[in-house]
Design a binder for this molecule. Structure first.
Ligand code: HEM
Length: 458
């Protein structure tokens, strides 16, 4: 390490609270302004905690990949262990390594196409409730849909009737984490209605999950769902997951998996509604490739534009808008000294809108992803799923789900923003529309070749 310890620049704050007020007042603009004004590494203070905001792909790659051993998950993410226990998202070290080894095979590219049918069928069931002319909260629809898909693919048909119960419990738990109690867990023990609701929801969630595990242990791991794969997974020494570990993984997969995908889809519709040319190109691709029949996993390579829409929506509105780490040793990042305990925020929200990596960064242009833009970009200039050993285990699952759901919806309907709708973002661990997404359902004309043609050859 160099003799003088360079400390990154940052905006002045107030005594005691540091930059808390600026961040609370402008949770989305303040980080962008900081990075534009102070550079790729910015120092902030929230109360007694020191944060470094990183917005250069090379520094982000250093933290997520090259020097990942210097960091653990940040304080905010670690608080999630109140609900997630030692699941993949929150565990560290040997516990994480073993769980990732056991869970990884269930997410391989040769396994996940089996879930395509569940994804398309669940979307078609949702669309049965839609009527042209209706105004609907599309974000609520997507949240219910991705919850149902998560329940069916994770736990199998046995819990399908309980998705509303699981969904409600999950929502209460998520709301809790948008509140201060997530950062100061001692607040959880105050006799407040929100704390009762949180504890009741956690109990409810556990009841459904433990019941399902017990049933499945009794009948044996027969189904093709993720739970069966996790039940059957054996480590090199022959050991398997305990009930507690299975519960932690299942709750983690629910929490990490369903809302993020719903958000990605909601922003696809939000952006398409404002870009009729992109919407027309999407519709043309779907008519051309699917000619009115349901999409399958085999169609995915022939739906590039649909995939670009999803990628571009996640560029502008990354469902997990920042990734957090904490330094466990004194170290150096991008030439700056990082004292042990520093919280590091890797901010997709800022990097994805940086003109150094993306032309016209504020514009929605799905076609920018043509000719494999992802490979031409510096690594970590686009990282909606993170990178390095802790990269999202569900990234291919999520991409397949988002493309299939979008294709199924856009084949039948176009969605227009309801008059007067204004997007307001809710700062949380995910990037949700604060007041949902009210849109009007409009029928699309039937494609020229309508007969429910046979699926594309594999
Ligand atoms: C558009 C959808 C999704 C987005 C944007 C997303 C984003 C992310 C990000 C950024 C991380 C890395 C966090 C970090 O490094 O601290 C992550 C981790 C994770 N995600 Fe996702 N995710 C999505 C969908 C899913 C799905 C569908 C599943 C499961 C079915 C899932 C399960 C997980 C798990 C278990 C981890 C922790 C992995 C580990 O640390 O080993 N995610 N996700």
């Amino acid at each position: 390490m160099s003799g003088t310890k360079r400390i990154p620049p940052g905006p002045p704050g107030y005594p005691l609270i540091g930059n808390t007020l600026q961040l609370v007042r402008a949770p989305f603009d303040f980080p962008i302004r900081c990075c534009r004004e102070y550079g790729d590494v910015v120092r902030l203070r929230i109360g007694t905690l020191v944060f470094y905001l990183l917005s250069h792909p090379d520094a982000i790659e250093q933290v997520l990949r090259r020097d990942h051993r210097n960091f653990i998950k940040d304080r905010g993410t670690r608080m999630l262990s109140v609900v997630l226990g030692e699941g993949l998202l929150t565990s560290e070290g040997d516990v994480w390594r073993r769980q990732r080894r056991l869970a990884q095979p269930a997410f391989q590219m040769d396994v996940i196409p089996r879930y395509a049918g569940v994804m398309v069928a669940a979307t078609e069931r949702l669309l049965e409730d839609w009527q042209p002319g209706q105004a609907r909260d599309i974000h609520a629809d997507m949240a219910r849909l991705t919850m149902e898909i998560a329940a069916r693919t994770l736990l199998g048909a046995s819990v399908a009737g309980q998705t509303d119960r699981v969904g409600h419990a999950m929502r209460v738990v998520m709301e809790h984490f948008a509140s201060l109690a997530a950062v100061f867990p001692s607040l959880l023990w105050l006799p407040l209605p929100r704390n009762w609701r949180f504890r009741r929801a956690s109990r409810d969630l556990n009841a459904v999950i433990y019941d399902t595990i017990a049933q499945r242990r009794a009948t044996g791991p027969t189904g093709d769902d993720l739970l069966s794969r996790l039940l059957a997974a054996r480590d090199d020494d022959g050991s398997q997951m305990t009930d507690r570990q299975l519960r932690d993984e299942l709750v983690t997969l629910f929490l990490a998996g369903h809302e993020t995908t719903a958000i990605a889809l909601s922003f696809c519709y939000y952006l398409l509604a404002q870009h009729p040319q992109a919407e027309a190109r999407l519709a043309a691709e779907l008519d051309d490739v699917l000619a009115g029949r349901p999409a399958t996993a085999a169609d995915l390579p022939r739906l590039p534009y649909t995939e670009w829409v999803v990628k571009e929506a996640m560029r502008l509105y990354p469902p997990a808008p920042s990734i957090g780490r904490e330094a466990i040793h004194d170290c150096e990042v991008a030439g700056y000294h990082v004292p042990r305990g520093t919280q590091i925020a890797l901010v997709q929200w800022v990097v994805h809108r940086d003109g150094r990596w993306f032309d016209e960064p504020e514009s929605f242009r799905p076609e920018r992803w043509a000719n494999d833009l992802a490979r031409r970009l510096p690594r970590c200039a686009y990282f909606p799923f993170g990178d390095g050993p802790r990269i999202c285990i569900g990234n291919q699952f999520a991409m397949m789900e988002a493309v299939l759901v979008l294709a199924t919806v856009a084949q039948r309907y176009r969605l227009a923003l309801a008059p007067g709708y204004r997007l307001e973002l809710l700062p949380s661990i995910t990037l949700r529309p604060r007041h949902g997404l009210t849109m009007t359902v409009q029928a699309r004309p039937e494609p020229a070749l309508h007969p429910r043609a046979a699926p594309a050859a594999t």
